[in-house]
Design a binder for this molecule. Structure first.
Ligand SMILES: [Zn+2]
Ligand SMILES: [Zn+2]
Length: 111
């Protein structure tokens, strides 16, 4: 396996995002995963953000906390909005949607 950008160099691994060979000089480790320089930038700037249930911002399932981390806003704001929407829609739909999201959204991986 050779580096994608430097065909003369041997790759030390494969980028977790694009799957291209990465040489020692291009290799960037983020949370124990190997990325090429271009993908590392994407990961660090959050373009590859995933929606997870939050471990840090968790009151029931971490759904609101996860949405807040994804949208980069305060988790309290999402909770307040959720409560308002839930009350306005007759409570039941809000609760059902919460638990559906609770089941569908993966839990944030441990750091
Ligand atoms: Zn890559
Ligand atoms: Zn290289």
């Amino acid at each position: 396996m050779k580096c994608y950008d430097h065909p003369e160099r041997d790759a030390v691994g494969i980028c977790s995002l694009c799957g291209k060979g990465v040489c020692e000089e291009d290799a960037v480790y983020i949370n124990g995963k190997l990325y090429c320089k271009a993908c590392a930038k994407k990961v660090l700037t959050g373009k590859n953000k995933k929606l997870y249930r939050s471990r840090r911002n968790s009151s029931i399932c971490g759904v609101c906390g996860g949405l807040a981390e994804y949208a980069d806003v305060d988790a309290t704001l999402i909770r307040v909005l959720w409560v308002i929407v839930t009350l306005l829609t007759g409570i039941i739909p809000g609760i059902i949607i919460y638990f559906i999201m609770c089941v569908i959204m993966p839990k944030e991986p441990k750091e």
